[in-house]
Write a protein that binds this ligand. Structure first.
Ligand code: AMP
Length: 299
């Protein structure tokens, strides 16, 4: 495994790989690896000849009052994890490698970036879409791996790829959870012990929705209210949103029909956490995907 900091070097390695008939995978991350990141690396490793993982805490996806400076970082630990997962190249660019000047070109996806997290983080998805497009240009991946933990991000990236005809297959990977249900996140490191306990309310809210859906509930407002009231009942937790939306367009829906996500966001103390479940309803068949438990990943 090699660690590279310059885009030109990454491009040269990936060009060589493709020239000799190899496939290239990209796993874009902000580092501070956990089992969610590892699961993406494993999927990429299983499918592809050359696996590139980028580690870049992208300043343009943070709002002015957000946690850019305090975001957890562990480049040495990340390098060790990537090596253990059989990654070929870790791309760790300094900020001025990707943004040598104030960028004048950005990628904006209208509509689906304005809902859910886009309401409280209005510039976030422009930053994500732009940096992922830049990484695609540098690496030229055949496949790129994203977690369903960030379901709205996945929808945005799929839309960028479709709208711009980018030659990359976007692979959505299962949401990885702690044994007690909390979705794995680098931001979980911010949680004090009492907050860590309270944070499981997101999982409890989603489980309540899953149970109600399995019992036959199909009304979106009822399911959203169930999730919201569960989260509001937890002391020290402030609900941002609980919404049932189309998994691809992020448009609201009145009934459980098609491929949907029930997405939640809440502040646990100062830490904003997100989570979701996927509901696929075709006719009378309903499938609910709550993700997988981390122990299954590390076993
Ligand atoms: P991040 O480093 O948080 O920007 O995440 C990098 C990639 O890892 C994104 O595609 C995330 O969706 C994915 N990811 C983060 N947490 C999880 C998780 N708990 N399960 C699955 N994928 C995840």
């Amino acid at each position: 495994m090699i660690t590279l900091r310059r885009a030109v070097d990454v491009r040269a390695c990936c060009d060589d790989a493709r020239r000799t008939g190899n496939t290239v995978a990209l796993v874009p991350t902000m580092g501070f690896f956990h089992d969610g990141h590892r699961s993406l690396m494993r999927a990429a490793r299983a499918d592809t000849d050359l696996v590139v993982v980028s580690v870049f805490v992208n300043p343009t996806q943070f709002g002015p009052d957000e946690d850019l400076d305090g975001y957890p970082r562990d480049p040495d630990g990340d390098t060790a994890v990537a090596a253990a997962e059989g990654v070929d190249i870790v791309f760790m660019p300094p900020v001025d490698e990707l943004y040598p000047d104030e960028p004048r070109t950005t990628v904006h996806v209208a509509g689906l970036t304005e809902r859910l997290c886009g309401v409280s983080r209005p510039t976030h998805f422009d930053g994500v879409a732009t940096v992922v497009t830049k990484l695609f240009s540098i690496v030229g991946p055949c496949r790129a791996y994203f977690g369903r933990k960030d379901a709205q991000q996945l929808a945005v990236i799929r839309r960028v790829v479709d709208d711009l005809n980018l030659p990359v297959d976007v692979i959505g990977c299962p949401l990885v959870r702690e044994p007690d249900g909390l979705a794995r996140s680098s931001r979980n490191a911010y949680l004090a012990p009492d907050e860590r306990a309270a944070a499981t309310v997101l999982w409890r809210a989603l489980s309540t929705v899953a149970d109600a859906t399995r019992a036959g509930e199909r009304d979106a407002a009822t399911l959203e209210a169930l999730a919201a009231s569960t989260i509001r009942a937890e002391p020290g937790v402030r609900l941002d949103y609980a919404e049932l939306v189309d998994a691809h367009t992020i448009e609201p829906t009145a009934r459980v029909d098609g491929e949907l996500i029930l997405a939640v966001a809440a502040f646990v103390g100062q830490t904003r956490l997100i989570d979701n479940l996927t509901i696929t309803a075709i006719g009378t068949e309903v499938d609910i995907d709550l993700g997988v438990v981390a122990e299954e990943q590390t076993a």
